[in-house]
Design a protein around this ligand. Structure first.
Ligand code: PXL
Length: 279
């Protein structure tokens, strides 16, 4: 019997749009991992919708973290995603620095499609670099990777060499493993993983159906963490996360929903259980 691992999941709760905690909780649970939500904000819908409410809970986050510390609660992994203010990034830095022997995965949620999210300011970007520097694994999309490195975003023409250069620049900030998602070339989309210690690049290809759904980055990172927590290797995790998302996008696209609604992963959670069971 395996013990159930605990992941402190720092992310927002968005009522509609299948992203952040509403992706991480079901996905980590399906992968047999306890998702312990550490909420950053409560939104009626994510920020891609024309209108949304936004309750920032920065002050509560300090008390929340301190309460876990008093209780002596340990986590196998800290997973940070959408952060709503500079102060929140500082709180996450403290939370990580107060703990040892925890895998730190930072998804530096800042933007997509070459554009920063509404709530993300320039000063938050430099703080985010600091958070990236203390992570073991980071999972930016190409937009975020460009923001972190000051490289120009080129949606359809980023060469292998350029992606690898960006991966190395990010790993020089600190992380041992850098995963860059969403590199589009013709009708394909690629995810790259760079392992600093091995100096190796692993690249996974998937078909691109020219639709960009919200929350796929959160689904991706949640799958990676869930599989790593079950002792699968990173390349296995990336390959299966990529294939899973492709399959769910294909299914979702048949319904012609608003892409802000995210992908219909609920119908495929059973597949994650099978992917996880394969040893
Ligand atoms: O999936 C990224 C994300 C997470 N959280 C919120 C967002 C977005 C992207 O738009 O708005 C609140």
């Amino acid at each position: 019997m395996k013990e159930v691992k605990k992941v402190a999941t720092i992310n927002d709760l968005s009522g509609v749009g299948r992203c952040s905690l509403t992706a991480a909780i079901p996905i980590l649970s399906a992968l047999g991992v306890q998702c312990c939500p550490y909420p950053t904000a409560v939104l009626s819908c994510h920020t891609g919708f024309d209108q949304y409410t936004f309750l920032d809970i920065t002050d509560e986050m300090v008390k929340y973290k301190d309460s876990w510390k008093t209780l002596g609660i340990d986590f196998d992994c800290i997973y940070s995603g959408f952060l709503g203010s500079e102060k929140q990034i500082d709180i996450v830095l403290d939370f990580v620095n107060e703990r040892d022997n925890t895998l730190v995965v930072v998804d530096p949620v800042m933007g997509d499609n070459g554009v920063k999210y509404d709530t993300f300011t320039n000063s938050m970007c430099s703080k985010m670099k600091h958070l990236v520097s203390i992570a073991n694994i980071v999972t930016p999309n190409l937009t975020e990777a460009c923001i972190l490195t000051g490289e120009e975003y080129d949606k359809y023409n980023t060469s292998d060499e350029k992606v690898i250069e960006i991966c190395k620049k990010i790993s020089n900030l600190g992380p041992e493993k850098v995963i860059i998602t969403g590199i589009i070339k013709e009708n394909n989309i690629y995810n790259y993983a760079y392992d600093k210690e091995k100096n190796e690049v692993f690249k996974v290809k998937s078909k691109f159906n020219h639709e960009s759904y919200s929350g796929t980055g959160d689904v991706f990172t949640s799958i990676i963490i869930g599989l790593l927590m079950n002792n699968h290797d990173l390349n296995y995790a990336i390959k299966h996360a990529t294939d899973f998302i492709y399959k769910v996008i294909e299914f979702t696209s048949k319904f012609k929903t608003d892409t802000n609604e995210g992908i219909m992963f609920e119908a495929f959670l059973k597949e994650l259980i099978l992917i996880n069971e394969y040893k």
